[in-house]
Design a protein around this ligand. Structure first.
Ligand code: SF4
Length: 438
């Protein structure tokens, strides 16, 4: 079999896309390899959300040129959001690139590109109608326990910092019967956890006929699964977090007690300039609604520090938001200006050293909050799905996740991936817990 080295950058949507690429190319006779040296095809599935990830891709492409000089048969391709954004310009800069393909549905055309000499990218240009999301030929899943299920592509919100609507296009939802068929297949194969994916996953269904909604999809999957598996979803937009969805999470046995609800900033002035279409107060009302319905719900979020024009007062409001919500975990990023996005042209960019200082303060506060919250969980018994058994080679113990999505390490226990156990929490840290079988 030919060898494929697949390197993935970025979010879960890209990880899921990579599993589809591996599935598509398996049908073309490609098997995955760990190293670039013995590869016949190297594909970089790229991310465009921050400059750092792009620089990494460019530097890797530079090193792959040497491999190609040694082995002219080697094919090198770029797919994902950076490929979509830069298109054929990439061929000018890296003439040894064999193929360029956008993200999402475009990956199903990679075999076509490979066979046809692969000189032309097949990128839908922004504003052109994008192909409807198509169900993949079977993705080649990394895990035998947890599976991603993409339920939609693209995004209709135009947050001023975000490049996603320009690279993944407008929102398209996958028909429910197609999603349910994939879930049935996963159940038959014994998967224990499904994560429904979409850029704004809870906006699902708006463009479908008949119109449906995310909570209806959750109900349909829950009734298929009969409470036997876990359902997670990411990422949600606060605007689409409806009382009906909160009720579904509270009542459906398979839906886990964890919500990732990106807030991005704590100040209304910054939220307005980000075009997030909610206020701090509206966001906090959704958090209260969730906690009233599901008191032990875990919350995580995304935050950007140093957005253009973010003053000290705005940043302090982000810190007070953290103190008010007390997230279990968060992803914080320094603002990175992205081509095509309005915020990149804002004149009041924040200095890099200020961004660094703010992110350090924010992460320190979050560590302290998470540690306090996790200490409060000592002695509790929680359901854990084991994701990895002990690995004597690495000297690591078994690890899993609670329904609240907290990472837990076991010591001494004989556990295997896919086991579901009741565990008592014995130690707690900011980013993980330790436990033993209860
Ligand atoms: S909701 Fe905003 S941040 Fe999220 S993908 Fe859409 S444009 Fe980007």
């Amino acid at each position: 079999m030919a060898k494929l080295k697949l390197i993935t950058f970025g979010c879960q949507a890209n990880e899921a896309d990579s599993e589809k690429i591996a599935g598509v190319l398996a049908q073309e006779g490609f098997d995955l390899t760990e190293t670039t040296e013995d590869a016949d095809l190297i594909l970089l599935n790229t991310c465009s959300i921050r400059e750092k990830a792009e620089q990494k891709v460019y530097s890797l492409l530079g090193t792959f040129q040497k491999l190609k000089t040694r082995n002219p048969q080697l094919k090198i391709g770029l797919c994902g959001c950076l490929a979509q954004r830069e298109g054929l310009r990439l061929k000018d800069r890296f003439p040894y690139l064999d193929l360029v393909a956008g993200p999402g549905a475009m990956i199903y055309r990679i075999p076509e590109l490979l066979k046809g000499g692969a000189a032309e990218p097949l990128l839908p240009r922004p504003k052109e109608p994008l192909p409807l999301y198509v169900h993949s030929p079977r993705p080649r899943r990394e895990s035998t326990v947890k599976a991603w299920v993409s339920i939609m592509e693209g995004c209709n919100y135009l947050c001023t910092f975000c490049v996603v609507p320009y690279t993944r296009g407008p929102e398209r939802s996958r028909p429910p019967e197609d999603i349910l068929a994939e879930v049935r297949d996963l159940l038959a194969k014994g998967y224990k956890e499904i994560t429904l994916l979409g850029q704004t996953v809870n906006a699902y269904g708006k463009n479908l006929k008949p119109r449906t909604c995310f909570s209806d999809l959750l109900r349909a999957i829950d009734s298929l699964a009969g409470g036997e598996i876990r359902i997670r979803f990411t990422s949600s937009h606060p605007k689409d977090f409806t009382p009906d969805l909160i009720e579904a999470i509270a009542n459906l046995k398979s839906v886990c007690e964890h919500v990732h609800l990106p807030v991005q900033a704590g100040s209304n002035r910054v939220l307005g300039r980000m075009r997030r279409i909610y206020t701090r107060e509206e966001y906090l009302a959704k958090v209260r609604g969730l906690r009233q319905a599901i008191p032990d719900i875990a919350l995580s979020t995304d935050l950007i520090v140093g957005f253009p024009g973010e003053g000290e007062e705005d940043f302090q409001e982000t810190l007070t938001l953290l103190q008010e919500v007390r997230y279990d975990s968060l992803y914080a990023f320094k603002y990175s200006p992205r081509p095509l996005t309005p915020a990149a042209t804002y004149p009041d960019q924040v200095a890099e050293d200020v961004k660094t200082e703010r992110i350090n303060i924010l992460l320190q506060l979050q560590d302290q909050i998470a540690l306090e919250e996790n200490r409060g969980r000592l002695g509790r018994i929680e359901e854990v799905l084991v994701e990895e058994g002990p690995n004597p080679k690495k000297g690591s113990s078994a690890t899993g996740r609670t329904r609240r999505n907290q990472l837990i390490h076991f010591s001494q226990e004989i556990l295997a991936a896919g086991d579901t156990v009741s565990a008592v929490i014995t130690e707690s840290y900011s980013h993980y817990l330790k436990g033993k079988i209860a």
